[in-house]
Design a protein around this ligand. Structure first.
Ligand SMILES: Cc1cc2nc3c(=O)[nH]c(=O)nc-3n(C[C@H](O)[C@H](O)[C@H](O)COP(=O)(O)OP(=O)(O)OC[C@H]3O[C@@H](n4cnc5c(N)ncnc54)[C@H](O)[C@@H]3O)c2cc1C
Length: 512
């Protein structure tokens, strides 16, 4: 298939329909909340990577709105539903599965003005915020009270609470504090018809364990904006940890590092917040091209980092145990400077174009892309190997791609839920239709490997993009049909983020 036949392409709304839409929006929003200028619209069509820059113009919204309250969001959605115009929620725009890209144009609802702290409950340790708030800013405010909201993705400074809900994200310190789904207690949610409901465990805003009725909170998380817009959320808080320990260890072999990361996780140390394994390709990439990294000698083949948070005395005791386990697996400690520096750099790696290499070794600017999957610990080596083969094949065919290695991240003290990710450098300026088609096929193959090993296509980013999304029905089986039923029931006019997750199939007319 050439990209010009892509089902994702939609023409912009004709000018008279844009005029009608804007006039209707101006009845519920002020003029500065309704943006129609080209730059305002184009900038809200961009996502991190890899972006088919040569096809940017196909995905530009007709209008952008900046609502300031749940009521305004509800009004906008009602108008969209009435006029049958697509609506796409956008928070930080850092999602890696094109979730916030307006595939069918229409209205982008940018929620960044809804960034207030509405209530801080110091007794029950919760905070209620607009979903346009950023975790970094929120934690700056919470620090004065000795508290943190520990949802801590690598995109911590730039992703927002609403986007975390829309993707049901993964926190790098989730083994200690849980992930977004555990940390968001409840939220106000605007349905595709414009009705507002509150979802949580039960109806309480500050309850995290209820057995009353369906567990709707989980339905309205991770849907990539296809079932509505979260506007105000109540979050769970924790004491700000006194101590952080983030030792980095090197290994002579991948096998030793792999066996070590499993042992560290299984140790069950209470302050353990996560451990990550970098394979040979990742170490080679860091050594070669990551300026933030202090290069390791050639005999270093794999790395493991463990992270602990808590009171000073408990972190010291847990750390001692983890150091002993690491030594038993042949680890060499890289020292405080690398350990602390590398962990501190976790929030600002990858956001900008980096050095990459053509297959002949030429240095070129590349943007970072990753394919993430959830797999069991036991499957990590086989998945890693198969993924490298797929990217090696891609590289044989094109100079546009580079293999930046695999990492695997534990979520707790068992072998379930390893976030396993292959990072691929992409020379975006050189992406053309052929390279794009090859990339889309590689994404399909990468997803197929995860499923074949009993995993899920995505641990945190979602699986909406061209390529990977084709395997969603295979992964979910009958569950995919239920998704279609839910979509049809809640969004009868298919206005909420259409073109994602193959949900258009819910509206296909079948011949009798
Ligand atoms: C450098 C970098 C590092 C990253 N590291 C991580 C990581 O460690 N862990 C991780 O989980 N992810 C990571 N990501 C991916 C991304 O940051 C997450 O998916 C994040 O949750 C997206 O948040 P956002 O505010 O940018 O959302 P957006 O990109 O704006 O939106 C994401 C999806 O949610 C929908 N959405 C947005 N707002 C709402 C709302 N209010 N209500 C309902 N749906 C909504 C959108 O339509 C879209 O489908 C990383 C991304 C980058 C660029």
């Amino acid at each position: 298939m050439t990209v010009h036949e892509s089902p994702f392409i939609t023409e912009p709304l004709p000018p008279d329909r844009v005029d009608t839409l804007v006039a209707a929006l101006l009845r519920v929003l002020s003029p500065e909340q309704v943006l129609t200028a080209k730059t305002d619209r184009w900038n809200r069509a961009r996502v991190p990577a890899p972006f088919p820059v040569h096809r940017w113009s196909e995905r530009v919204p007709d209008v952008v709105v900046l609502p300031a309250s749940t009521e305004q969001v509800a009004d906008v959605v009602k108008i969209a539903n009435e006029l049958r115009v697509p609506v796409v929620p956008r928070d930080g725009g850092t999602g890696l599965t094109d979730g916030a890209v307006p595939m069918r144009r229409g209205i982008v609802v940018d929620v960044k003005r809804m960034n207030q702290i509405h209530e801080l409950d110091l007794v029950n340790r919760t905070v209620t915020v607009g979903t346009g708030i950023n975790m970094l800013k929120l934690n700056e405010r919470l620090a004065a009270h000795g508290l943190i909201y520990p949802d801590n993705p690598a995109s911590y400074p730039c992703s927002l609470v609403g986007g975390r809900i829309g993707t049901s994200g993964w926190s790098l310190i989730g083994a200690r504090y849980g992930h977004t789904r555990d940390l968001v207690l409840s939220f106000d949610h605007v349905l595709p018809t414009g009705e507002v409901l509150h979802v949580g465990d039960g109806i309480g805003r500050k309850i995290s364990k209820s057995s009353s009725g369906y567990q709707l909170k989980h339905l309205f998380m991770g849907h990539q904006g296809t079932l509505g817009i979260a506007t105000q959320a109540t979050l769970k808080l924790f004491p700000k940890p006194e101590a952080e320990l983030s030792p980095f260890w090197s290994f002579d072999s991948y096998d030793a590092a792999y066996s070590c990361v499993g042992a560290l996780a299984r140790a069950g140390v209470a302050t353990f917040a996560g451990a990550v394994l970098f394979d040979e390709h990742k170490v080679a990439y860091l050594r070669r091209d990551d300026e933030a990294y202090i290069p390791q000698p050639a005999d270093v083949r794999a790395l493991v980092c463990a992270v602990m948070y808590g009171y000073d005395d408990e972190v010291r005791a847990g750390g001692k145990r983890l150091f002993r386990i690491a030594r038993e697996h042949g680890a060499r400690y890289l020292g405080d400077e690398i350990s602390e520096g590398d962990w501190a750099a976790r929030h600002d790696r990858y956001a900008t174009p980096l050095h990459g290499r053509t297959k002949d070794g030429q240095v070129i600017p590349m943007s970072w892309h990753c394919e993430d999957a959830a797999v069991n610990y036991s499957a990590v080596p086989a998945v890693t190997k198969a993924w490298h083969e797929i990217v090696a094949d891609l590289r044989r065919r094109s100079d546009v791609f580079d293999d930046w290695g695999v990492f695997a991240y534990t979520s707790g003290s068992t072998g379930v839920d390893y976030l396993t990710e292959i990072d691929v450098g992409i020379w975006e300026q050189r992406l053309g239709d052929d390279a794009w088609a090859a990339w889309v096929q590689a994404k399909r193959d990468i997803a197929a490997v995860a499923i074949a090993h009993g995993g899920s296509i995505s641990a945190c980013h979602g699986s909406c993009r061209e390529g990977e999304v084709d395997l969603l029905p295979q992964e979910l089986g009958r569950g995919f049909d239920v998704m279609l039923d839910v979509k049809r029931a809640l969004d009868p006019n298919n206005i909420m983020n259409p073109g994602k997750y193959l949900l258009d199939r819910a509206f296909e007319v079948t011949s009798p």
